[in-house]
Ligand binder design. Structure first.
Ligand SMILES: Nc1nc2c(ncn2[C@@H]2O[C@H](COP(=O)(O)OP(=O)(O)OP(=O)(O)O)[C@@H](O)[C@H]2O)c(=O)[nH]1
Ligand SMILES: [Mg+2]
Length: 386
């Protein structure tokens, strides 16, 4: 590993030096500000020092900025922006509904526990549905809950009717999904939205989609801040999105820097904060993230979970980020063969779901979550043969 120290007048300038010398894959080891010159440091100049390292032979930085997708920025500016979903369709603040949902969920959980985990044997017409749900990745106890509900509420001669069974399952899955909570821009001050989660789940891409939707389609005043200064490439990625969408991007090296960046955009309606992907097992990384969030006090802290992550890992990640998270976002629904894991997770939380993403295209591949859409994804398009 090659370690180098860089000094400059500003974060941007110093980061530029790091990138030129060590390339985009350089890892930032330490950042500090110091005073140079002036009597006892008074009236001196504030300098920025960045210590960075590169694993192997340094890669020469590209002269033409390249986006995360590998296309040139100039080319990327030209794609037609297709209107994104209307993110403002709020379901409203139905406090009573939420309380009722929680009660129902608690009841359901009790019921699920009572059902045990041994595999059930159902009448043949229902068994094919039980197998289908299991193939979709739904846990055994939820499968039991869903199928026993069909068994109790439909007459045996109706079990052969796929659309009737599907509708019944869908209705039940909608209930398990619980609440939806979408971002609403602030009125007299910006709403602050931070995206957190494990590495590579799609945080930055999702911010690109949301920022494009709100700024281009909804004509809202948006700013982006990245607190992910761990890799130079991460900063470049968000800056590229900012350039394409036409919204300002700030880089926050420290929690105080984040606060400054937020204050700089007090006139905005929405500020998105991108954070570094965190391994939930890495305590130091988690406490760094906490320090950023403590300073920013976001209105929404959205945990991004990938549908391609297996349920046991999703659950572990969810539990680790639980105290910080206010909303959930599920990504990569297009890549996951079956997304029953989402239902398994939603069955264990009362946190609202906000958005679902289903592809790499910015801003198209995102939709506001609805219990209906989640149910459709969970059940899949195909139905078992009668
Ligand atoms: N198929 C698919 N790919 C996605 C989706 N969302 C993001 N990606 C891809 O997943 C990869 C990682 O996305 P990023 O947005 O960089 O993920 P991140 O969570 O910011 O990653 P780190 O900052 O490194 O933790 C990229 O190749 C994205 O294009 C999605 O909904 N579907
Ligand atoms: Mg990222």
């Amino acid at each position: 590993m090659r370690v180098r120290r860089f000094v400059g007048d500003s974060v941007t300038e110093t980061m530029g030096k790091v990138k030129r010398e060590l390339g985009s894959e350089a890892v930032i080891l330490q950042t500090r500000e110091f005073h140079e010159g002036g009597f006892l440091g008074l009236f001196g100049k504030t300098k920025v020092e960045i210590t960075a390292a590169i694993e192997e032979k340094p890669v020469t930085a590209q002269t033409t900025p390249v986006s995360n997708y590998g296309y040139k920025v100039e080319e990327a500016k030209s794609p037609k922006i297709i209107p994104a979903p209307d993110f403002n369709k709020q379901t409203g603040d139905f406090q009573e509904e939420i309380i009722a949902m929680r009660r129902m969920l608690e009841k359901m959980n009790k019921h699920i526990e009572g059902l045990g985990t041994e595999k059930s044997v159902w009448p043949a017409m229902l068994q094919r549905w039980a197998d289908h749900l299991q193939d979709r990745g739904i846990k055994e106890n939820l499968v039991k809950l869903l199928i026993s509900h069909v068994q109790q509420t439909l007459r045996p001669e109706e079990w052969v009717n796929n659309s009737q069974v599907y509708a019944r399952l869908e209705a039940n899955i909608r209930q398990i999904c619980g609440q939806i909570g979408l971002i609403q821009p602030g009125i007299d001050k910006p709403r602050i939205v931070a995206l957190i989660g494990a590495t590579g789940v799609g945080k930055t891409t999702t911010i690109g989609k949301l920022a494009a939707g709100f700024s281009i389609v909804d004509k809202r005043k948006v700013a982006l801040i990245t607190a992910d200064t761990y890799r130079v490439a991460a900063v470049e990625q968000l800056k590229t999105f900012g350039e394409i969408i036409g919204v300002p991007v700030e880089v926050a090296m420290t929690p105080n820097g984040l606060l400054e960046a937020l204050n700089l955009h007090a006139d905005k309606e929405l500020i998105f904060i991108d954070t570094a992907g965190r391994s939930p097992h890495h305590e130091l990384h988690m406490s760094e993230l906490r320090a950023f969030l403590d300073k920013a006090q976001p209105d929404f802290t959205m945990l991004v979970l990938s549908a391609t992550t297996q349920f046991s890992d999703q659950l572990r990640i969810y539990q680790r980020f639980e105290g910080l998270t206010t909303h959930l976002i599920f990504t990569k629904l297009d890549e996951a063969g079956s997304v029953g894991s989402i239902l398994n997770l939603l069955g264990q939380t009362t946190l609202p779901t906000a958005y679902l993403t289903n592809g790499q295209s910015v801003p198209d591949d995102i939709e506001a979550a609805t219990p209906n859409r989640i149910a459709r994804y969970v059940l899949g398009e195909e139905m078992p043969h009668a």
